[in-house]
Design a protein around this ligand. Structure first.
Ligand code: PMP
Length: 441
């Protein structure tokens, strides 16, 4: 399958050769490549993208889940085109930024909002605000969850099974070199879907005089495929954090605006103290936002905590976000996403069952994945222990060779856009069917 992809993408191969001379590793940013080489895209329209060799793909990568609007959506083209002729950057507020914060407040049930330009900036600022409000340094995160590339959260993400540590005493492990040990030690991981382990760890931290400022987590984990919260888990986390006076941050960079109008917060009915957004907010333009209660954002309003950035609330991003919220990510859009996703999930499960391949499919609204596994995946440990490491990689190649683009890496989930149709779902199912047939022949 890899040789077949190489043969179909010679133009990408040639650009990769050239890129290697000046662009480190041949990519603008890590994780944009996969053997044999990164696929160079020229354009996208709706649910489809095209590469430099003219191959067409149904896009389930969708810019790591940023393009739930689909590519070149007319409403966003219009908003951005109008804005571009009126000046693209002032570092001053525009009316669009007010309209967007009003809409986000309505959707997420949190009254106060600030802007940034990426998911990493959103989680970095949210954690600083939580630290500023509480006057505490330690933070708690979920083992295996990704919250961006700044030092506070580049801890206990990928790790070999042997290094993880027991559920109630997991290890703080730097993700890659260059992260100071002193910062790593401030970030304490706990397992997903295990409220007793979280509570035990928090109580021990308190006893040690290291009461956490916040718990930062995704309400439904992305970046390990998709792992849904088990019944009662989020409610228990809400109760534990409230009882101990710890700020609960839902990182909705991937789920926000993708799994419901008001993200996972709405979908699961548990309201955190803070929410971080990015990706889908800007419809393809760099953007991010932090939402919180009045009480928390008072430290920002009073300038006790500094929340700053030249491009925060950039007019182009705000115009795209406004159009996106008003015209694209409407209630009907989520009905469409739910219907397509349910069909895709059921179709994948039917194929696994028909060919007797171990695994199951899980998803929520625009997001989903097939877990190739012999046991349920409910956290990082079970992911490491049970997920077949090779089949997701093989599925990526089968997909690419059959006109289905997925994000590289076994941890990545699919993202549907509002412009996806049944024909795109059919393509995905045909590709999985082809792999399943070859595997069982
Ligand atoms: N939080 C989550 C849950 C994410 O999935 C990501 C990116 N995949 C980030 C934060 C960081 O976002 P960005 O890449 O825009 O900095």
């Amino acid at each position: 399958e890899e040789a077949r992809l190489a043969a179909a993408t010679p133009g990408s191969g040639a650009l990769h050769e050239r890129a290697l001379r000046t662009m480190t590793g041949g990519v603008p940013s890590s994780y944009q490549s996969r053997d044999p080489w990164p696929i160079y895209l020229t354009h996208g329209k709706g649910a489809r993208v095209w590469d430099v060799d003219g191959n067409e793909y149904s896009d389930f990568h969708n810019g790591f889940g940023s393009m739930v609007q689909g590519h070149a959506h007319p409403a966003i083209i219009r908003a951005v085109t109008e804005r571009v002729g009126l000046g693209t950057h002032f570092a001053m507020p525009t009316e669009d930024s007010v309209v967007v914060s009003e809409e986000l407040a309505r959707r997420f049930g949190l009254p106060q909002w600030r802007y940034v330009n990426s998911g990493s900036e959103a989680t970095m600022d949210a954690i600083r605000i939580a630290r500023g409000v509480t006057g505490r340094d330690t933070i708690v995160k979920i083992f295996g969850s990704y919250h961006g590339h700044h030092d506070y959260v580049m801890v206990s993400i990928g790790a070999p099974y042997s290094d993880i540590g027991p559920a109630d005493n997991m290890n703080s492990l730097g993700y890659g070199a260059g992260i100071p040990q002193a910062v790593i030690d401030l970030t304490v991981p706990v397992p997903f879907n295990d409220a007793p382990a979280m509570e035990a760890r928090i109580e021990r931290l308190i006893a040690e005089g290291r009461k956490p400022a916040c718990v930062i987590m995704e309400a439904a984990m992305m970046n390990l495929g998709v792992i849904l919260p088990e019944p009662g888990y989020l409610e228990a986390v809400r109760e534990i954090t409230r009882r101990h006076g710890i700020v609960l941050i839902f990182d909705e960079v991937k789920t926000g605006l993708c799994v419901a109008a008001g993200g996972a917060t709405e979908r699961f009915g548990v309201t955190p103290d803070m929410v971080t957004l990015a990706k889908a907010l800007g419809g393809g333009l760099p953007s991010g936002a932090i939402g919180a209660t009045d009480e928390i954002m008072e430290v920002v309003a009073s300038d006790k905590v500094k929340q700053v950035g030249t491009y925060n609330g950039n007019p182009l991003s705000m115009a795209a976000a406004r159009a996106s919220l008003a015209e694209v990510l409407t209630p009907e859009a989520y009905v469409h996403l739910d219907r397509l996703n349910d069909r895709l999930i059921a179709g994948c499960d039917e194929i696994l069952g028909r060919y007797g391949i171990a695994g199951y499919t899980v998803g929520i609204s625009s997001k989903g994945c097939v877990h190739f596994t012999d046991a349920p995946i409910r956290d990082y440990t079970s992911f490491m222990e049970h997920q077949n490491a090779e089949l997701p990689e093989l599925a990526w190649l089968y997909n690419a060779n059959r006109g289905v683009l997925m994000a590289p890496g076994r941890e990545e989930e699919w993202t549907l856009s509002v412009q996806h149709t049944d024909a795109d779902v059919d393509r995905y199912l045909e590709s999985l069917d082809a792999m399943a047939k070859d595997l069982t022949n």
